[in-house]
Design a protein around this ligand. Structure first.
Ligand code: ADP
Ligand code: MG
Length: 334
């Protein structure tokens, strides 16, 4: 299949997909975007590299397409933005283009990407396609979103005394990945009833928008790198310290078959849970749910002090332990 035929296939598969902000999509030299009046444009890019972010023998192609888009959507969610358009640069090994059977990988990749794009009213408005010089699949996605001028949620607004909240539950992505490693294959049928926090994460777009619209959060970050690592980012950006209450941390159901210590470890450091972490003054009433997802208060921010740890874990028996950022990279090949 020539590059042109592939682009035509991509164009066709997104032809019916619409985003109000895209005046002109795939097919010309540039796409044309029309952000809503009074908004500014937010941009985020993410690399998806075979062997680093996914394994072709473990992740179904639909999952790779889904995750490729989910990462950028989670960044837009963290700032309260409304998704506008995605641009995808793809390098594909020649072996994937060789025969109809290998091409099904590409078709299924786009099926996964398209399904999540439709869910969030974002469309693929352009990109670039090239043959990969190696046998690795490389995808670089750029996402654009819109938010009212000056109103985007940032990492830098948390104040000492603010409460700390998290959406959904934690540790699920790492737990699913570890059972994938054990099975060493993906279950043949993807059950719609069981959720898949690692293979099909659900970025919290509606929650980010609600936090922005209802002026609930003083700062926000997504925790794709793990709670401990991303909380440290938020603390540094806001120049505050944080205390986490161990008993309050919502554990994902997939972690329940693990020993309590192991489950806590995944929730704190496992990473790839596409949830939001945000701060709000204690005087702000935060709903127990936003967009159908539970919101849990898991700690508070305090004044940063020299010689005091940036992050403290308040244990079950009233213990205090320094919490180090230990989010990790699942596919680090070193
Ligand atoms: P150019 O040579 O002007 O860069 P291309 O032939 O690379 O044009 O692309 C033609 C059209 O197809 C453009 O609108 C481009 O954005 C789109 N396109 C190419 N590759 C992809 C891709 N992987 N995903 C989405 N759109 C793509
Ligand atoms: Mg091009």
């Amino acid at each position: 299949m020539k590059e042109l035929a592939l682009i035509e296939q991509i164009r066709r598969s997104f032809a019916a997909s619409r985003s109000k902000a895209v005046a002109l999509g795939i097919g010309d030299d540039c796409a044309i975007l029309r952000p809503p009046a009074g908004s500014e444009v937010l941009v985020t890019t993410d690399f998806t590299l075979e062997g680093k972010h996914f394994r072709r023998d473990l992740h179904p192609p639909e999952s790779v397409g889904h995750r490729c888009l989910a990462r950028g959507l989670s960044d837009l969610a963290a700032m309260g933005a409304t998704p506008m358009a995605a641009f995808l640069s793809l390098a594909l090994p020649a072996s994937l283009l060789a025969d109809p059977k290998s091409r099904t990988w590409i078709t299924r990749f786009f099926k996964g990407l398209r399904a999540l794009a439709d869910q969030h009213h974002i469309t693929l408005a352009g990109g670039d396609t090239a043959e990969s010089p190696s046998d690795a699949i490389l995808a670089d996605i750029v996402l654009l979103g819109a938010a009212p001028i000056g109103r985007s949620l940032r990492r830098s607004g948390a104040k000492p005394g603010d409460a700390l909240y998290v959406t959904g539950s934690l540790g699920g992505a790492a737990a699913e990945l570890s059972s994938l490693f054990t099975l060493n294959t993906f279950p043949a049928k993807i059950s719609k009833t069981v959720n898949h926090p690692q293979t099909f994460p659900q970025p919290r777009i509606a929650i980010g928008q609600a936090l922005l619209r209802r002026k609930l959060a003083t700062a926000c970050i997504d925790i794709s790198d793990g709670l401990s690592t991303d909380l440290a980012h938020l603390c540094r950006a806001s120049n505050v310290a944080a205390e986490l209450e161990q008993s309050a941390i919502p554990l994902h159901p997939l972690t329940r078959k693990l020993a309590p210590d192991a489950a806590l470890n995944l929730a704190l450091h496992g990473g790839e849970d596409y949830e939001l972490l945000f701060s709000a003054p204690t005087s702000t009433r935060i709903p127990h749910q936003l967009a159908g997802i539970p919101i849990t208060r898991i700690g508070q921010f305090t004044r940063k002090q020299a010689k005091r740890p940036l992050m403290t874990l308040l244990g079950l028996e009233g213990t205090r332990a320094t919490l180090e950022p230990h989010g990790w990279e699942h596919f680090s090949l070193s």
